[in-house]
Every structure is written in structure tokens, then in C-alpha cells.
Design a protein around this ligand. Sequence first.
Ligand SMILES: Cc1cc2nc3c(=O)[nH]c(=O)nc-3n(C[C@H](O)[C@H](O)[C@H](O)COP(=O)(O)OP(=O)(O)OC[C@H]3O[C@@H](n4cnc5c(N)ncnc54)[C@H](O)[C@@H]3O)c2cc1C
Length: 375
Amino acid sequence: MNKPGMLQSDEIQRARETGRKLGSTPEHSDMGLSDAARRLFAGLSAANYHALLVPQTHGGGGLDYATAGQIYEELSYHGIGFMPTLLTNAHCAELLKIAGNRQSEQGFLKKIGSDGRIFGFCLTEEDAGSDITGIRCMADQAGDGYVINGEKSIVINNSIADFFIVIATTDFSKGRAGLNAFVVDASSPGVERGESVRGFGFGNSVIGKVGFRNVAIPRENMLGEEGSGYFLVMETFDKGRPLVAASCAGAAGRLLDIVTAHVRRREQFGKPLFSFQGISFRLADLATRLRASRLLYLDALALIDEGREFTMEASMAKLFASETLRDLAEFCLEALGYRAFEADSEARNIFNDAQLLISIDGSSNVQRMVIASQL
Ligand SMILES: Cc1cc2nc3c(=O)[nH]c(=O)nc-3n(C[C@H](O)[C@H](O)[C@H](O)COP(=O)(O)OP(=O)(O)OC[C@H]3O[C@@H](n4cnc5c(N)ncnc54)[C@H](O)[C@@H]3O)c2cc1C
């Protein structure tokens, strides 16, 4: 299908080849999950896709948002499962860029760009999901630094990250004004990584808990101004949402190709399934929604590139693209029949990952709250 506003073919071709290579990496190798996840990240780094939005001066790709989004779409077409690692690093890089230009923030950004280090984003807790003002993870001032204590429930890259960005409160009674962002070296004494859970989905991505027990960090590891944690998280999500939407569009494109090929080939009642309008009209609707997903994420990313207001458009892109992917995945399972449930079914895996993508960077209702707040 012709894609609106897409990049020139040589850049797309390169993303396609990398995506194809990484997407075909077997999931259930005899390697441990963390080793497999590290190998995937190394493959992305080797192709220089590990830090697309980090400035070239810091070892990154120095791309604009619209270009990076289209590359994410292409990569995701070949494997949504390896995207969470990349997206998490992109979110952490974004938070560092928003936080400021001090030596420490610049240094951490170089760790993502020049050094190709892996980051994890530690936000969610048992009592702090959609509403992050419930965060209980404490950062107490101690000498010329902080000591962090708390438990984060679900962290992408938990077992492979070299660094974590941790959102903690310096004063719970202050609500959102007490929240702050800190960088923690993952090898610090007191950092406890929970077991990574394969069952979540997302192929070889690693996801699990991270605990902090009296983890001492220097003062310069606090990002941005004191009390800026809430703002940093919100702006990071704003910028991340169209990138997640681009990944959803990539996976949706893959499903559309899978299901269209199947219904054209499969004959029942003497004709291909595609010849029945009960099938082809639903495909027509979903193909239309996929094209709209692309236009929405490209629109939001173009607004970011132009330095214009983009919060509402970013949420619209995430809401629409993730729900389109979910609905396409559901249709795909229905149209493939029993084949969708066979071992290693790509459609079933994407169906599972589509549900997860709805939660990431704020659920659908959270996007609706953001959109409504801007109307
Ligand atoms: C695969 C995966 C990876 C993740 N990775 C990370 C990570 O790396 N780091 C991290 O910190 N977190 C991570 N998360 C957590 C994610 O950010 C949270 O799942 C998300 O913030 C929602 O929190 P929750 O799951 O506790 O749901 P809840 O906040 O309990 O929400 C449950 C449901 O209630 C709805 N809801 C909540 N409030 C309202 C309201 N006011 N009005 C209407 N509906 C409402 C929500 O839309 C949702 O459908 C990950 C999640 C997933 C699924």
C-alpha cells in the first residue's frame, strides 16, 4: 500500500532490511532471555538505530521526529517484539533532553548515544499506575546526594539496563510537586532486579520488577530542577506517544498484509473469503483506519519538529493507532481461523502485544483524558 508522507526509499529500505533481520531472530533460542534481549539491542545499535533522536554531537542519529517515526514504523512491521527496548531508550533520552543542558544530563545522553548503553524507565508502582501522584518510592537527601528506597512494579529492560531513570518523591505530602527524576547506575549496591517475565509478550524483550534498597546517588544525578519530575514525565510521554503510534502502525501493516494474503488465498463455499463482503468490507475499514493512524502520527511528529503545540495530537495518534492495531489483530485471529492459534503464530503474538501497547505511555482512557483537557 502507498504510505502517505513516507521517507525516501533508500532510508526505508535500510530500516526494512534491519527490521527483517532482527524480526527473524528466533525467540526461543537456548540463550537466556536477557542474553537474547541484549543481542537484539546490539543488532539495533550496529545499524545505528539505538539513539535516532539523540543529537549527533552525543553519538546519536540526530534525526527529526517525523523521520524517526517512519523508521520505527518500518522496524515494527518486521517485529513489534523488539521495539520496547528501543522505545524505552528513546523515552529516557527524551527525558534527559527535556531535563536540561547541565553536564550530568549531557553525560547521560552520551551514554545512550555514543556508548550505546541500555536504560530502563522506573515509574509505575503497585499504587501508582495511571495516577503517578501515588508514587511512594522515596529519595531522601543524605549528605551531598540522595538515598533511594522503593519498588517499581514493571520495567522494560529490567535485567539488561545499565542505568535506570527513577521517578521518586522527595516529599510525598507535596503530591506532584514532590516528584523528581534521578539516574541510578544499575550496578549500584542496593539495586535489586526482579526476574524478567517472558509471559508478558513482546518477544525477546525483558520486563520485570526493580527494587531500590538504600541506593546512594550523587546530587547531580537528579535531573532538571527540583520538583520537576511530574512535568518531565508528562512531556516525555507526550513526545513518546506518536512514536508508540508509529510502532503500532508498523505492526498493523504487517497484520493487514498477513490477513489480506490469507483471505485472498483461502476458499470456502467455492470462493476466496475475500469475495465475501462480510470479510472485504471489514478489511476496507481497517485499511482506512491504518492509513489514518499514519497520518495522525506523522501530523503529531511534524508539530514537534516545527516546535508547535502537539500534546493533544500526540494522544490522538496513540489512542487511534493502538486501538486500530488491537482491532486489526482481533479481526486477523477471526479470519485466520484455527491457524491463528497454532504454535508460533505471528498473528496471535501481535494480538497479545497489541493489548500491551494500549497500556504503554498511558492507557486509552488516559489519552482521552489528555485530549479532553485540550478541547
Ligand atoms: C508491557 C508493558 C510494559 C510497561 N513498561 C513499563 C516501564 O518500563 N516502566 C514503567 O514505569 N511502567 C511500565 N508499564 C506500566 C504502564 O505504564 C502502566 O500499565 C500504565 O501506566 C497503567 O497503569 P496500571 O496498569 O496500574 O493500570 P491502572 O492505572 O490501574 O488502570 C487500569 C484501567 O483503569 C483505567 N483508568 C484509570 N484511571 C481512570 C480514569 N480516571 N478514568 C477512566 N479510566 C481510568 C485505565 O484506562 C485502565 O484501563 C508497562 C506496562 C505494560 C503493559
